[in-house]
Write a protein that binds this ligand. Structure first.
Ligand SMILES: [Zn+2]
Length: 207
């Protein structure tokens, strides 16, 4: 990054629109220090953003993935990539996309560049999981109530023998445990993970 010729300020910011640097302090511009690689890089970023605008998620991902290798310490490519993986911050990516999104988040964390949109996205995901955990906890209570009702009524209603009654109780209990373990416990664990710290990688959690 060049320093300002006019006032000597060290921090000139790159402005893609003018394909050059602008001084934060005095507003002087410098377009001579830009090499063609930088211009190509910025064009690729802009193109990926355009793909995102019209919802071409996979094209956006493919057109930007290689940029991360070109400039490993530039946070912009990771940010745009996450925007594509989350389909403009609306979904939780699945499978290998989720793995790659987790890697992007890690890198941004190392670069200290988790932006506001990502924090909002994480917050939204946490809210979804909290609601889900609440609903599942409710269904968990329903299952348990059902279990006790069945337990109390069935042996009497169908006049089961002692052995049949025991078998029925055990089977009933196992089914209830399976239902509870399957959904509510998983939902609670997922939400707990999100609660740990604000910057905890939202894409890292596996059931
Ligand atoms: Zn200046």
């Amino acid at each position: 990054m060049p320093s300002c010729q006019r006032c000597g300020n060290k921090y000139m910011r790159y402005i893609p629109r003018i394909a050059g640097y602008r001084c934060d302090q005095c507003g002087a511009t410098d377009t001579e220090d830009i090499d063609s690689a930088t211009i190509a890089y910025d064009k690729a970023l802009i193109k990926a953003e355009e793909h995102i605008v019209v919802g071409n998620w996979s094209q956006a991902i493919n057109s930007i993935r290689y940029l991360c290798d070109q400039r490993p310490v530039d946070p912009r490519a990771y940010q745009v990539l996450l925007k594509a993986y989350t389909q403009n911050y609306t979904i939780m990516p699945k499978d290998c996309n989720q793995k790659e999104a987790a890697a992007c988040w890690d890198k941004l964390l190392r670069l200290n560049n988790i932006n506001r949109e990502l924090l909002l996205y994480r917050k939204k995901q946490e809210r979804i999981l909290r609601n889900e955990a609440g609903e599942k906890a409710f269904s968990c209570v329903c299952y348990s109530v059902l279990f006790f009702i069945m337990l109390a009524i069935t042996p009497v209603a169908y006049e089961l023998s002692l052995a049949e009654g025991i078998i029925f109780t055990v089977v009933d209990f196992i089914i209830i445990c399976m239902l509870i373990e399957k959904e509510p416990v998983k939902a609670l664990k997922r939400h707990r993970y999100f609660q740990k710290t604000r910057l905890n990688n939202p894409f890292e959690y596996r059931d």
